[in-house]
Design a protein around this ligand. Sequence first.
Ligand code: BTN
Length: 268
Amino acid sequence: MARLRAALAARGLVWPAPLEHHESLRSTSDVVRERARAGAAEWTTVIADTQAAGRGRWGRTWASPPGGLYLSTLLRPPPEAVGLLPLVAGVAVAEALSEWGVSTELKWPNDVLARGRKLAGVLGEASSSASGVEWVALGIGVNVGAEDDSLPPSVRENATSLRAETGGSPGLEEIAAAVMVRLTVWYDALRLRPSSVLPAWRARAAPWWGSLVEVHGGEGPRRGRMRDVDETGALVLDVEGGGSVRVLSGEVERVRLVEAGARDPERG
Ligand code: BTN
């Protein structure tokens, strides 16, 4: 952790909470959840070299071979900040990775893509009580590719890495420090200047506005044209027959043209 603290200090940040490094564990988010239940301070952060049971959104596995960045941090957001937190995390990661010259696009709510392939992912796991969200374990995984070809072939098809995109792989501490600094900056913005969040997210979003998409997940499949993301962080879709729906969670896929041609009235 000394190297990470030094990298943070070089960026002018003294980390305000415990920082833990593990060579190997099941999931950094599991440890953060344990710390949260024990009353740990906001920003308590856990980093691991590998994860035996890394998880992604929607119950997927997050392959976690050595050479990637696996980081989870504990946040206790005010209620009004919860909806936009996923977007803020995506912006922070995208901004951090742009330091290495990689051009990224955000896919709602917070997939970080490069050339359409997944470069990084964010998983927010909240614990709520009757009075609302008490804490969020925010997990971030970045495919760095420092030890390339270690991702399983099934993942490699749709994924990319910093090394594949830039030809280099910066030190993990440098990447972690960049991500952590941008996260603190955007988390402050979320609380103090929430109106700055959506423009920043839109500016980095994949330009799918007006495209026909399908959203799978929490609220069941939804199909419509991507109109916008609203001030609560919900995705707004214009649906067939008129009107719009707000989607609070899910996985967005663009409907392929061939299929859209068959079903999309605007395409006959
Ligand atoms: C996604 O599906 O896009 C989210 C992936 C999140 C992976 C990170 S790696 C660190 C933290 N620990 C986990 O088990 N998952 C998250």
